[in-house]
Design a protein around this ligand. Structure first.
Ligand code: NAD
Length: 259
């Protein structure tokens, strides 16, 4: 694990968050949005090269680490306290796909890795962020689930299971932490133009076929997900806990019988 060091500037951010899966896609857009709006960010990813994109922005410190490791989660919170003196939010966003067919010889190993990143990662993230959020007088946690945790798609059982479990993890954790002033919610993105969906974007015929089944007729941009995260983390969402904000262009509302 490594971090870049940032000299304290004259305009120190008054709020700070940790964002995981920060080097790409939704996480990267979230880091950029929070930093632009004056929030200090600890950007965590195992893609050390990808984190270099944030070099030179004094509101962002980076940490190369794997979210399924307790040490990496502890290091992220410690870095927030060291650099910004507080922690107000945690965006537990890192996630992977890679489900193999149920009877494939490698299916269990692949599923264990998916559950380790997508479910163990946020469990560790909540455990390690909570004491620092309490010390800051309360806070907000957002876990990136998916519409694939509300409904299922063929051949995606391990990912579907991991994201479905996250939605109930969020409900349960919200009950445990409400009295401590810590809100816990999920973001449930629909199809979003990131590295995970790059295969679709590189295939225009497939892209238009899929987009036709989305009521808004297109994929989300990462920034549109980041705006929803911003809302859930912010005091504007002060009475919202234990729920999921579905940002999917209407996909979950549809029976898939669009003309
Ligand atoms: P992405 O691949 O662009 O970004 C994911 C980031 O997480 C990458 O930078 C990757 O290096 C990082 N990461 C992966 N495993 C990690 C680990 N073990 N430790 C630290 N970092 C790790 O994909 P994205 O679409 O931005 O995905 C972000 C989240 O959104 C994921 O949880 C994903 O499941 C979820 N999601 C995405 C979509 C979509 O259509 N793109 C839809 C629903 C949910």
């Amino acid at each position: 694990m490594t971090s870049n060091t940032v000299e304290p500037g004259s305009s120190e951010p008054s709020r700070a968050v940790v964002v995981t899966g920060a080097a790409s896609g939704i996480g990267r857009a979230t880091v950029e949005l929070f930093a632009q709006r004056g929030t200090g960010v600890v950007a965590v990813d195992h893609d050390e090269a990808g984190l270099k994109a944030f070099a030179g922005d004094e509101r962002i410190v980076t940490l190369a680490g794997d979210v399924s490791s307790e040490d990496a989660n502890r290091a992220a919170v410690a870095l927030a306290l060291e650099r910004f003196g507080r922690l107000d939010g945690a965006v537990l966003n890192a996630g992977i796909g890679g489900t193999l067919p149920l009877e494939h010889p490698g299916a269990l190993e692949a599923a264990e890795r998916i559950l380790s990143v997508n479910l163990r990662g946020p469990i560790l993230g909540i455990r390690t962020a909570a004491p620092a959020l309490r010390a800051s007088g309360g806070g907000s946690i957002v876990v990136t689930a998916s519409v694939a945790g509300i409904r299922a798609d063929p051949g995606n059982w391990a990912y579907n299971a991991s994201k479905g479990a996250l939605l109930n993890l969020v409900r349960a954790a919200s009950l445990d932490y409400a009295v401590q002033g810590i809100r816990v919610n999920a973001l449930a993105p629909g199809l979003t133009r990131t590295r995970i969906t790059a295969g679709v974007h590189e295939n225009p015929a497939l892209l238009s076929l899929i987009a036709r089944n989305i009521p808004l007729q297109r994929f989300a941009e990462p920034r549109e997900q980041a705006e929803a995260v911003w809302f859930l983390i912010s005091p504007a969402a002060s009475y919202i806990t234990g729920t999921a904000l579905v940002v999917d262009g209407g996909l979950d509302a549809s029976l898939g019988l669009l003309p």
